[in-house]
Design a protein around this ligand. Structure first.
Ligand SMILES: *Cc1c(COP(=O)(O)O)cnc(C)c1O
Length: 375
């Protein structure tokens, strides 16, 4: 396997050597060593700083999807009415989890090429607000759209509706202020903007979110996805299962790297530059507003097959880019400007590689992407 690709995909992203080095230890037995509990707690505290949280965060062993499923499993009871807010593939995907845990899902959809309109949501809730919780997505990674979570969650809170927010591809790249944004369950993943290896999901729970789990009439179905089992882990010096020590150490270093930089500013500036380059070269972006700081989604030029483009980039330039799935299959391509991907040299290499590939495919650009990127 070639392990030297430039992984310019919207996750997993390039892992910094400092993160890899932090993981390269034999370590201790995390269930038995009180020092590990301190390290885990310090990691949680640093992560909370990153998202402006003074609430409880847990780092679960499992990819981002586990966080989404665990929040649904822990909140939803048979017959609960849940609002599934969607303007993209991940937003709509929550419906499956809601129903799997017995909830009655009501799908509320916005325009898939635009950010969700908070005032439209408010108007909808004025007519119908009998929901225990709502699921929504911060950054719709497949389309490159960042929703205004601050406003949306404030509106849900006005109507007494708990918010379950998938921020897997936003945390570390978009502003998040957990304590002030009325988010009840904030879900993150290790392999996107934080640029740690895949395999961890972060779950942050507000006091209201915790009360909703404690006040259930029926027990939470399942064990691995039961967020209440984590209660008091530090005081009891007890984990529900063996913690992946090396992954936690890598994640800790990745969060430290983030905190040591202007992480949102860097993402915003790379996002702007990449977007502008595609527009100047004559491409059409998929989103029509609310452009993501962390991923850019571009319509494939007429007649270009994604697999062919992908293979040219991979074979000629060692660069990997993302494609589309669902309704965007073979319609778009995506560049992940997330975490450690955000280096000038990576962007220059990617633009140059795309220029070469489009040249091979006889696609005429207004100007080369490299020139467009360089301004
Ligand atoms: C990456 C991501 C996840 C995790 O999903 P995988 O496809 O398994 O990586 C969840 N939500 C969003 C918005 C994501 O970008």
């Amino acid at each position: 396997m070639n392990t030297n690709y430039k992984i310019m995909t919207p996750g997993p992203t390039e892992i910094d050597p400092s993160v890899l080095a932090a993981m390269a230890v034999n370590g201790t037995n995390p269930d038995l060593d009180s020092e590990f509990f301190e390290i885990y707690k310090a990691t949680v505290d640093q992560y909370n700083r990153l998202i402006g949280s003074s609430s409880q965060s847990y780092i679960l062993c499992g990819e981002g999807i586990l966080g989404l499923e665990a929040a649904c499993a822990s909140v939803i009871e048979e017959g609960d009415k849940i609002l599934c807010i969607s303007n993209g593939i991940f937003g709509a995907g929550f419906k499956g989890f809601i129903e799997m845990y017995g909830g009655e899902a009501t799908l509320y959809e916005g325009d898939y090429r635009k950010g969700l309109d908070p005032e439209a949501l408010r108007a909808f809730l004025k007519e119908n607000s009998d929901f225990k919780a709502a699921t929504l997505v911060h950054c719709e990674t497949p389309s490159g759209i960042t929703n205004d979570i601050e406003k949306l969650c404030a509106i849900l809170n006005d109507y007494g509706i708990l918010s379950i927010v998938d921020s897997v591809s936003a945390i570390g790249g978009e502003p998040v202020d957990f304590d002030h944004w009325h988010i009840d369950f904030l879900l993150g993943g290790s392999q996107k903007c934080l640029s740690a290896p895949a395999g961890l999901t972060m779950v942050t729970i507000s006091p209201k979110g915790k009360a909703s789990m404690q006040n259930r009439k029926t027990p939470i179905r399942g064990f691995y996805a039961n967020l209440l089992i984590w209660e008091g882990w530090y005081e009891k010096q007890w984990f529900p299962y063996t913690q992946p020590l090396q992954s936690i150490l890598g994640f800790k270093k990745a969060v430290e790297n983030c905190l040591a930089s202007d992480f949102v500013g860097t993402h915003a500036s790379f996002g702007n530059k990449v977007r502008l380059a595609f527009e100047k070269a004559g491409f059409e972006l998929y989103p029509q507003d609310h452009y993501s700081n962390t991923v850019t989604t571009v319509l494939l030029p007429e007649g270009v097959d994604f697999k062919v483009l992908f293979n040219h980039l991979k074979e000629d330039s060692n660069v990997l880019i993302g494609g589309g799935f669902g309704h965007l299959d073979n319609k778009i391509f995506r560049i992940g400007h997330m975490g450690s991907n955000n280096k000038e040299e990576n962007m220059l290499l990617t633009m140059k590689a795309l220029d070469q590939a489009f040249d091979k495919l006889n696609v005429q650009l207004n100007m080369s992407l490299l020139d467009a990127y360089n301004g």
